[in-house]
Design a protein around this ligand. Structure first.
Ligand code: PGA
Length: 243
């Protein structure tokens, strides 16, 4: 059975006090959440301590949004695996398209970060996906297959989550049709040596489309940006399918 994971990606949003406010609104809405799904919050580094202090005994797991490959060193602005592990971080997003686009992340650096994360016992959420231009040029499959091939060199596929995030669907309200997301995720699965990896969909997931997305047989969860910032909306997402 593949694990279902609904993960929030807060990006560069929320101070520590806003994090506490979020939890006050969100936690009470988890009382009847079915336990067939894992809930993860991938927060800015400055919020991780706040989450770890306030989530003891809760079912929410903590995630970060990046990690460096070196154990320590002169890497101004980066964060190490040990720094995350000490704050009870369990998951880490790696290779998000915003990092590839704005911060020079390449398949090679993604691969190094994935290796370091796994070595430290963190579960990486590897993001892959094509731009609008690449989709229009019929390159969706080749772009994603290359990201997988280069990113996954030497990576243990037992300890990994993949998020398919078409770049044109991120933050645009332009969700990829759920059957198309299902098709691409099915193709991704065929590229893997472990077909039981959890593969999420990400890109404008909202309370009004989560049920349809989660009904797709290949889709094992969602990586959610905008709609994870509001406790009511994120609660509706993690409670998908509940009547
Ligand atoms: P979005 O972002 O839900 O706001 O489209 C998704 C993501 O970037 O992970």
């Amino acid at each position: 059975m593949r694990k279902v994971i609904i993960a929030g990606n807060w990006k560069m949003f929320k101070t520590q006090s806003e994090t506490i406010e979020f939890l006050q609104g969100f936690l009470p809405q988890l009382d009847t959440t079915p336990d067939d799904r894992d809930i993860v919050l991938c927060a800015p580094f400055t919020d991780l301590g706040t989450l770890s202090r306030n989530l003891h005994g809760s079912r929410i797991q903590i995630g970060a949004q990046n990690v460096h490959w070196a154990e320590s060193g002169a890497f101004t602005g980066e964060i190490s695996t040990a720094m995350l592990v000490e704050l009870s971080v369990r998951y880490v997003i790696i290779g998000h398209s915003e990092r590839r686009q704005f911060f020079g992340e390449t398949d090679e650096t993604v691969n190094q970060r994935l290796k370091a994360a796994q070595k430290a016992g963190l579960i990486p959420i590897l993001c892959v996906g094509e731009s609008k231009q690449q989709r229009d040029a019929g390159e969706t499959e080749s772009v994603i297959f290359q990201q997988l091939e280069k990113g996954l060199v030497g990576i243990d596929q037992q300890n990994l989550v993949i998020a398919y995030e078409p770049i044109w669907a991120i933050g645009t309200g332009d969700t990829c049709a759920s059957d198309e997301a299902n098709r691409v995720i099915g193709l991704i699965r065929k590229q893997l040596s472990n077909p039981n990896i959890t593969i999420q969909y990400g890109g404008s997931v909202k309370p009004d489309n989560i049920d349809e997305i989660m009904m797709q047989p290949e889709i094992d969860g969602a990586l959610v940006g905008g709609a994870s910032l509001n406790p009511q909306d994120f609660a509706k997402l993690v409670n998908y399918g509940k009547i």
